[in-house]
Design a protein around this ligand. Structure first.
Ligand code: NAD
Length: 473
């Protein structure tokens, strides 16, 4: 594993290192070098030096490099997916999908960069010209977590490069190799040195160094709310725009006008994707009382039938959690809920063997005060509660400070319109959990952050708007 700075791969020589673990076994996969202060200074200088040239490079040529990288990512899908499954734990089939989605994001951002249209505004005087121009912001500092170790870096790398910015990214030290494979694809596709730099280190130290540097003009972070708040503060002190994609605690409103068994099975598949370590993971299930018992029964049956094992085992349907911290967090959340009277319908414990596993878990009879209902579990825990009427369900869905994803299942068109208007979230899935793609905006409101990734917004986020007024000479 390496750092990638100024177009060069830098190994452990003389640098601090940290071990990267396989979460299915707890064993080391290799050593990751940490960037020294000199390395970070070089990354900043090379991103700064590369910016004027990359910005002047035509959007078409930039797009061709991103598209070529996307093609290489697709060609290397099997090896990247294996690396991802080993370091993150997710199943191979999920990892393959993530690789394909990452390539999609590269292609979308490549082309969106070519559509960075400005506009002409009618003038008040004859002979004048008023133009609006889109310009790349400059050097970007990006920080990504471990749950989607290729897709989340892809959003930030492709969005910023497609817009004409240069980028320094610090992916998670727990899952570094997937992001390095994206960098390798760009390197092999002919990306000029310095346009992308990949660094690792002590997260708080690296982010403080980069965000405080006057060279950095835009900050983008995906991760937890407390860290996001801290990074946003650093960005604000330097008057730098920030995009923050923070946690969620997605509500799911299930009305009794749907085929409940089908919805319950679909919900269970989506809950336990990536072992629940997904910021848009459906978590608080509010089910209309008439349908409640049936929903719990079918959901729990689907959860209990999942085959849990190492992600690279083709039979596994759910892998381990990413690290021991997550397993400890699941134990604490479940024991707190139980102490307040919750019923564990299925799961509720960690198997007694190596690796960071936790069983798919369904909790009911939840006390409003329990931690699970307030803190993002970020793991394989589903919380199922009955409700009596629509107003109550909406109020409970909106009750938390989070506002990332929300879902509703109903066949009543009038109700859908009311939910669209009243649910406080950045994204709403109606009769589906599929709310993320390269071409659609992804982002939250309230404590879940601000700004969007994906869609036209995902490239626009790396651009400034300049207005030019021109009078006759
Ligand atoms: P954490 O907040 O310690 O770390 C989350 C990510 O942020 C990691 O990749 C970490 O390297 C990075 N990070 C931490 N401090 C940083 C700093 N000062 N500067 C820059 N980067 C920093 O959390 P964790 O223990 O890894 O995960 C726990 C919680 O984080 C979860 O419960 C979940 O709420 C949240 N999380 C959210 C997402 C998401 O997609 N929104 C992803 C991962 C974790």
């Amino acid at each position: 594993m390496h750092l990638y700075i100024n177009g060069e791969w830098l190994g452990a020589e003389g640098r601090k290192t940290q071990s990267v673990l396989n979460p299915a076994t707890g064993e080391s996969l290799g050593d990751l070098p940490h960037a020294s202060t000199a390395d970070l200074t070089l990354a900043l200088a090379s991103a700064q030096a590369a910016f004027p040239k990359w910005r002047e490079t035509s959007a078409l040529v930039r797009a061709n490099i991103l598209r070529k990288a996307a093609q290489l990512i697709r060609e290397r899908s099997e090896s990247i997916a294996t690396i991802m499954s080993l370091e993150q734990g997710k199943t191979l089939s999920e990892a393959r999908i993530e690789v394909a989605v990452s390539a999609d994001i590269f292609e979308w951002s490549a082309d969106e960069g070519r559509r960075a249209y400005g506009r002409l505004i009618p003038t008040r005087e004859p002979g004048w010209r008023q133009s609006v121009i889109k310009e790349p912001i400059g050097v970007v500092a990006a920080f990504t977590p471990w749950n989607f170790p290729a897709m989340l870096p892809a959003r930030k790398i492709a969005g910023s490069l497609g817009a004409g910015c240069t980028c320094i990214i610090k992916p998670s030290e727990e899952t570094p190799a997937s992001a390095l494979e994206l960098a390798r694809a760009l390197h092999d596709a002919g990306l000029p040195p310095g346009v992308l730099n990949v660094v690792f280190g002590v997260p708080g130290e690296v982010s403080e160094f980069l965000v405080k540097s006057p060279i950095v003009r835009k900050v983008t972070f995906t991760g937890s709310v407390p860290v996001g708040r801290h990074i946003a503060g650093l960005a604000a002190a330097g008057v730098k725009p920030a995009t923050l994609e923070l946690g969620g605690h997605a509500p799911v409103l299930v009305f009794d006008d749907m085929a409940i068994e089908r919805v319950a099975k679909l919900a269970a598949i989506n809950k336990f994707r990536n072992a629940g370590q997904v910021c848009i993971s459906p978590t608080r299930f509010f089910v209309q009382r008439q349908a409640y018992a049936s929903f719990v029964e079918h959901f729990a049956k689907a959860a209990a039938s999942l085959k849990v094992g190492a992600g690279i085992d083709p039979d596994s349907q759910m892998g381990p959690l990413v690290n021991e911290r997550r397993v400890a967090a699941m134990r604490a959340i479940v024991s707190d809920a139980q102490s307040l009277g919750a019923e564990v319908v299925t799961g509720g414990s960690a198997p007694d063997h190596a690796g960071f596993f936790y069983q798919p878990t369904v909790l009911t009879e939840l006390n409003e005060q329990c931690r699970a209902l307030h803190e993002e579990p970020f793991g394989p825990i589903a919380l199922i509660m009955p409700f009596d009427d629509e107003d109550e369900a909406i109020a409970r869905a909106n009750a938390l400070p989070f506002g990332l994803a929300a879902y509703a299942f109903t066949s009543n068109a009038d109700r859908v319109m009311r939910l669209e208007n009243r649910i406080e979230s950045g994204m709403l899935g109606v009769n589906t959990f599929a709310i993320a793609s390269a071409e659609t905006p992804f982002g939250g409101v309230k404590d879940s952050g601000y700004g969007s990734e994906g869609g036209m917004e995902g490239v626009e986020a790396y651009m400034n708007t300049k207005f030019v007024a021109q009078a006759p000479a």
